[in-house]
Ligand binder design. Sequence first.
Ligand SMILES: [Zn+2]
Length: 156
Amino acid sequence: MIDSNYYIINRKAQRFSEMRIAGRTAVFMGSDGKVLDYGVLQLGQGVYAVLYCDEVRNVTFVTCRPGGADVITVLWRTDGEYFRGIEELRKAVAVRFSPQNKKLNRYAEAVAEKLSLGIKLRITDAVNDADMVKCPECGMLNPSGSMYCLDCGAEI
Ligand SMILES: [Zn+2]
């Protein structure tokens, strides 16, 4: 069996075959049944935001730890695995899940960067471009309600 789901932590991708939820922990395993390196995701207080996009079967966590923030993405190969996975995660994570468009990883990384600098952000849902506001400086589409551009930092 080929593992074709992906677990990506800080841009380093690993294939996984199965996710198991145990209380407030998600565990990602390869087809050999072994837990992946960094394949344990704590779903408790450290989770700052959960972004998802059904269209690309992507759930991205922004987690906070002393001295930084991490971006952890889970990508499923099939709709069946994705919808089952996101359903299980929703039950285990206290943070609201925020729907995004396909650019969610760029958004997640920008959020993590701000968190690392000690800046807390309000997470905004952005399902389609109509919910986005264009940055007057660089033209990047930001979630509506953003105070400043996530790309260049200009005031919106
Ligand atoms: Zn900008």
